[in-house]
Design a protein around this ligand. Structure first.
Ligand SMILES: CSC[C@H]1O[C@H](OP(=O)(O)O)[C@H](O)[C@@H]1O
Length: 352
């Protein structure tokens, strides 16, 4: 059951003791509404319907979704581990591309397995599972701050930086990945001019990145996706930085649809193209971008987004939510452990 409650802090997701408070990002920027989620299905639906979105935020929400499924569980810790696996496997069906969803769920299953081995009393085991989900969220906050520090070394005062989609605080526990350096730059008096692609069809750039950055006081200019090449040709962009939903072992990057086009334009203009992500988004078990499942979403996102029909009824629609940027177009991958440059296969392995 979900209900709306008011909240001051603009945090994408928060554990509330026996429920999850989740910011309904579909309603931003006009409305700030927190939903109170109480079941794993509530969380599954929130992820599927983009009430919560962004790879790390999805993983955090899913971890809490597992916890919601085991509150009050009666049995032993081995039976609890089986219950955790059931809820995790269900939540894993919500969206296919962001590896953080599976990374977080695997981490919760592994924790439950350790607790089962130790034959911990089930009430202690449930407490430990709650603590693990909270740790996933708190670690992500610190990770993003470190990503921001490393990314900021790549930017100079007065630079124009373009970003695509939303890889900010709303997509993570806090700060964001690609947007983290913008917040740090502001704190340190380094002036960056950010250009945010609106990012059709769901407009995460217009509705979320522009909202987040404007609210923080960052110099941000909103552009339509088809303007990226134009602003680059005018010399207004000295770097591009984006988030990602999954980095393959060879450095190929899955990210919001339109990212590949931006990467090709950046290369054509000799502009560095940076990808910011935590290690939890790097998937060494996926060899290349061709092996990353690309989510296809409902045609209405394209033809009737936000309630206004903008195409004829029944028109054929192709609506992939992500695309793959080959590693050849990536200048560097910025993580909490530092900046990785080509050859990515070697550099990424060394992070672990
Ligand atoms: C920091 S991960 C952000 C990443 O997730 C977004 O996808 P979605 O809004 O569909 O969850 C987009 O690809 C962002 O770059």
């Amino acid at each position: 059951m979900t209900q709306s409650i008011s909240q001051e802090v603009l945090q994408s997701v928060r554990w509330a003791g026996e429920s999850v408070d989740l910011l309904d990002q579909r309603l931003l920027p006009e409305e700030t509404v927190y939903l109170r989620l109480t079941t794993p299905h509530d969380v599954w639906e929130a992820i599927r319907e983009l009430k919560v979105r962004g790879a790390p935020a999805i993983g955090i929400a899913a971890a809490y979704g597992v916890v919601l499924g085991i509150l009050g569980f009666e049995g032993n810790s081995k039976e609890l581990a089986a219950e955790v696996r059931n809820h995790a496997d269900y939540l894993a069906t919500s969206r296919p591309t962001a590896v953080n969803l599976f990374w977080a769920l695997d981490r919760m299953k592994a924790k439950a397995a350790v607790l089962a081995e130790s034959e911990a009393p089930v009430s202690d085991a449930i407490g430990a599972m709650i603590a693990e989900a909270l740790l996933i969220q708190s670690e992500d906050e610190e990770t993003n701050r470190l990503i921001g520090e490393h990314a900021l070394t790549l930017f100079e005062d007065g630079m124009g930086v373009l970003t695509h989609c939303n890889a900010g605080g709303l997509a993570t526990a806090k700060y964001g990945t690609a947007l983290a350096p913008f917040y740090l730059a502001l704190e340190r008096g380094i002036s960056l001019k950010v250009f945010a692609d609106e990012t059709r069809p769901v407009l995460q750039g217009a509705r979320l990145t522009a909202f987040e950055l404007q609210r923080a006081g960052v110099d941000v200019t909103l552009i339509c996706d088809n303007m990226a090449g134009h602003v680059m040709s005018k010399g207004w962009i000295q770097a591009v930085i984006v988030g990602t939903d999954r980095v393959a072992a060879n450095g190929d990057v899955a990210n919001k649809i339109g990212t590949y086009s931006v990467a090709v334009l950046a290369k054509a203009h000799g502009i560095p193209f940076y990808v910011a992500c935590p290690l939890s988004t790097i998937d060494l078990s996926t060899p290349t971008g061709a092996d990353i499942p690309i989510e296809e979403r409902h045609p209405d996102e394209v033809t009737a987004g936000f309630g206004k029909r903008t195409a004829p009824e029944g028109i054929a629609v192709y609506n992939p939510a992500f695309d793959i940027t080959p590693h050849e177009y990536v200048t560097a991958i910025i993580t909490e452990k530092g900046i990785v440059k080509a050859p990515f296969s070697e550099g990424l392995k060394k992070l672990f």
